[in-house]
Design a protein around this ligand. Structure first.
Ligand SMILES: [Zn+2]
Length: 329
């Protein structure tokens, strides 16, 4: 009953399937767990199973194949997928109220009859990006969805999901993927055995850097932060840290990533400092040399975490990153 090409989260998938089959699924579920670990895949599998010709999510039939295209379609007869849009990266009211994609919007879509033998799944990605007015519009449907309709809200920042939404949803807690699982996925995606250790250490149980380009950017950012810790001024390395205007990712997402890479560098330095073996061989020597340098890591961590929280509001990436670099120098 599972798509074998999907790796990880076995327990959760088994439990969800059991509850669908016994008609015991709550109308609104909040899939909460780290970013890029496959929460969306697990959500889609529920819909995939129902459109699979064998009803098993075999992974190979025409019914399954439509769930594996890139980019993934936004609407199937039994599934609607809503995600944040634009540079601001928010879920727009139009998506709920009705726009060119969904006539009548999510609410009307939710009330249409399900295809025979199917449920209707409404997947809301990055549910913490649901604005107040969009959320308010959704509340009633979310609280009592029509029979057979289910909301699957995905988030890696459950604490930022509006309380009104949170209180109406059952939380399903996801953990990071195991080292074996992420290696299996990376290997299937063409990563070479020799690169896997470095990749897995930076990826830390997630699939954020599955694309080589994303991994290279992560490495160049870790590199930039280490250079700053070594005393290089912000402006000489800022280019690799500031948001890339041509990227599809929202600005806030890009800045969050840059900050996460600072945390990776600081954590690695702390690990070496306390005598633990380093996990990032490519930077061990440089970070090892920094162990004895006076660095205000306490403020570094503090400002970084503060900045991550502030990113839900509009901020200027440059001044924010500069402030952190000053705290570290
Ligand atoms: Zn199939």
């Amino acid at each position: 009953m599972f798509d074998e090409s999907i790796v990880g989260h076995g327990e959760i998938r088994k439990r969800l399937l059991g509850r669908v089959n016994s008609d015991k699924l709550y109308g609104s579920l909040l899939f909460a767990g780290p970013d890029a670990i496959g929460k969306r895949r697990v959500a889609l599998e529920l819909a995939q199973r129902e459109l699979c010709f064998k009803r098993t999510a075999c992974g190979y039939c025409e019914g399954c194949k439509i769930f594996k295209t890139d980019p993934l379609p936004k609407e199937f007869p039994n599934m609607l997928r809503i995600a944040p849009e634009g540079k601001a990266g928010i879920i727009k009211v139009d998506a709920i109220r009705g726009d060119e994609l969904v006539e009548g919007g999510v609410i009307m879509w939710a009330h249409q009859a399900a295809p025979p033998g199917c449920h209707r799944w409404i997947v809301i990605e990055d549910a913490h990006r649901l604005g107040k007015s969009s959320a308010n519009m959704l509340l009633k449907t979310l609280e009592e969805p029509p029979p057979g309709t289910f909301f699957l809200l995905l988030t890696h920042r459950p604490e930022s999901v509006l309380p009104t939404i949170r209180s109406r949803s059952e939380r399903i807690a996801f953990g990071p993927l195991s080292a074996t699982e992420i290696r299996k996925i990376a290997f299937a995606r063409g990563w070479d055995e020799s690169e896997l250790d470095a990749w897995a250490a930076v990826s830390n149980g997630t699939l954020k850097y599955l694309e080589k380009e994303a991994f290279e950017r992560a490495c160049s950012q870790i590199d930039a932060w280490i250079s700053m810790l070594e005393g290089v001024p912000f402006y000489s390395v800022s280019e690799s840290l500031l948001p890339d205007k041509s990227s599809e990712l929202a600005q806030s997402q890009q800045v969050t990533m840059a900050l996460e890479h600072l945390l990776i560098a600081l954590d690695e330095r702390a690990r070496i400092q306390s005598g633990l073996p380093g996990r990032l061989p490519q930077w061990s020597a440089r970070l090892g040399a920094l162990v004895n340098k006076q660095i205000d890591t306490q403020n570094g961590y503090k400002y970084t975490l503060e900045a991550m929280r502030a990113l839900t509001r509009n901020v200027t990436p440059e001044s924010l990153l500069r402030k952190i670099s000053l705290a570290l120098s």
